[in-house]
Design a protein around this ligand. Sequence first.
Ligand SMILES: C[S@@+](CC[C@H](N)C(=O)[O-])C[C@H]1O[C@@H](n2cnc3c(N)ncnc32)[C@H](O)[C@@H]1O
Length: 295
Amino acid sequence: MEVLAGENNLVATVRESNCIFKFDFSKVYWNSRLQNEHDRIVNTFKKGQFICDVMAGVGPFSIPAAKNKQCIVYANDLNPMSYSALVENIKLNKVGKLVIPFNIDGRRFVKSSFRNLVLKAPNPRSDSKYQLFDHVVMNLPATALEFLDSFVGVFHKSSLFSVPSEQSSDSESNKLHHNLKTIPSTTNQSTFLSEENYQDFIDFLKTSNMPLIHVHCFSKSEDATSDIINRAAHSLCLTDPTEILDLKESSSVTWVRKVAPNKDMYCLTFRLLKSVALMDPLNTQLSQHLNIIIL
Ligand SMILES: C[S@@+](CC[C@H](N)C(=O)[O-])C[C@H]1O[C@@H](n2cnc3c(N)ncnc32)[C@H](O)[C@@H]1O
């Protein structure tokens, strides 16, 4: 983007969904054509739910979710400029008690935020013993389907209880949890590390709703639904793509907008399968590696 005439200043203040967003157009992503899509997704959230916004930008899903639905949102963006604008917009909209901002890669964010939420249990807002996200939003249409591999094994013992190789995200989230008064950090996290507690968590999962994932993508295919489901299934290590659509009440492929004559943007919504979340990520990586060698 370039200024052709007038002051060389691309800082804008925009109103959307009862919220204010301030950002520098030349440094971050903003598209007012997505307002309907932002509203459509946020309208599916129920009051007080837990949201994981993996590619949050300057906050057009996260901030309305907090301000209009009182959701607790873990909001992340890899671009430091987006992160700074997100932090400023959290302040502008006075949702600092509900939105926790992060500035790390999306894959790492999925793993660490899922683990942190489970380990921060119990949730004082509900009777539930452990807390899971209710919704995950992934709006990076060019590659977000590939990021679905971060959910493989996200609740496997090794993902939940091993010490992460990079500590920064955890210490940052611990610091931020102190600001988030609605979820006090637990003092005795080590109790979750035992075999017995992991079994307790597995029993909890048996009767729990898994998160709904809303992942944006592009497709040029005439049969966009099959194209998108096949690509998602591949990232999720599913041999049968129809498994994604098994839970028909919660799965859908929604057309969002045309971005070029032969290219459309869609949103795939599906409930994370327990079998995917509990897969052993090491075995999966090994079998994928072996497949590559054999092929
Ligand atoms: C299409 S924009 C969407 C932003 C916002 N959700 C919205 O609807 O306006 C995609 C965002 O993903 C961020 N991003 C790109 N790669 C990323 C990654 N590996 N991890 C996390 N965020 C990433 C970009 O900085 C950008 O802000």
